[in-house]
Write a protein that binds this ligand. Structure first.
Ligand SMILES: [Zn+2]
Length: 290
């Protein structure tokens, strides 16, 4: 399982990728591989592992995006529209090795960004991919565009009895429960977002906010930033239409509900799951959730 707190196994070749000749040479490397991706999906083989194809076509900077190197081998990604040939990345998350998962997250996020960034937001002229697909440049005014990541907070709220607040959104599969999350707004700190979002979503006032860790979440382009927050033992007031249910769990109640199939937690690789499991293990106050 990947631990997002450690250094990356994906060498993003930040210096080299600005050199078009270096990118071409990486493409021509006989060990180079190409990962085909779609919207939140990747190509897999019959064994369920990522299917990395040999690089055969001519390099096209508009189609082929350099992810970096894994164990010296150049990895590229390309976007395909044939979703029926791909597998949902969420369903693969728990089974992929760390480097493969990071490459897949990077590939999906990057390819999705290219698909919606063909025109300059300042002057409207076409843009062109540069730096191996790590940025785009306007053909008219020269504006440089970089892939955006949208920060979001994800919050484990505990009460004075160390009960954990879990809830459901109406669109989730039956039984799915998780901690609460929300996007950062312009001009807001992460901690301010925690206070605002939790007031909005569950009507609780927080008495302490502690950073736990972070994780990319390319659905389509988020960075999840995890926090522990304390509150009083007040009952939550779920936001109408947004939160279907919010309730306190003791350790025993959550373990029993999971065993009975009444509660299904998020995937193991998600920061939400790791935060909940850290709470179950009594370690949530430690920075172990990343
Ligand atoms: Zn422009």
């Amino acid at each position: 399982m990947i631990d997002w707190r450690n250094g990356s196994d994906l060498d993003r070749v930040a210096e080299q990728r600005t050199d078009p000749e270096w990118v071409l040479a990486a493409w021509a490397n006989p060990d180079a591989v190409l990962l085909r991706v779609g919207d939140a999906s990747v190509e897999t083989g019959v064994d369920g592992a990522l299917l990395t194809r040999r690089v055969e076509a001519d390099f096209d900077p508009e189609l082929h995006y350099l992810l970096g190197r894994i164990e010296g081998r150049p990895w590229f990604a390309t976007r395909v529209d044939a979703e029926e040939e791909l597998t949902a990345l969420r369903s693969l998350m728990d089974g992929l090795p760390a480097a493969g998962l990071e490459a897949a997250f990077t590939a999906v996020g990057l390819a999705t960004w290219h698909a919606v960034s063909g025109f300059c937001p300042r002057c409207g002229a076409p843009t062109r991919a540069v730096h191996g697909g790590q940025s785009r440049r306007c053909t008219a005014c020269g504006l440089e565009l970089y892939p955006r990541t949208d920060p979001a907070v994800i919050v484990a709220i505990v009460d004075p009895e160390n009960r954990l607040l879990l809830g459901r959104q109406p669109s989730w599969a039956p039984g799915r429960y998780s901690v609460f999350a929300g996007f950062v707004e312009m001009g807001e700190s992460l901690e301010q977002t925690v206070h605002r979002e939790m007031a909005e979503e569950v009507g609780l006032e927080l008495t302490g906010v502690t950073y736990l860790g972070s994780q990319p979440w390319p659905f389509p382009r988020s960075l999840m930033v995890g926090f522990l927050a304390h509150t009083t033992r007040d009952e939550p007031v779920p936001a109408v239409g947004e939160i279907e249910l919010a309730r306190w769990f003791t350790h025993e109640q959550l373990v029993a509900a999971m065993a009975a199939g009444d509660v299904v937690l998020p995937p193991h690789t998600s920061i939400a799951r790791r935060m909940i499991e850290s709470w179950l293990d009594g370690n949530l106050a430690q920075p172990t959730a990343g």
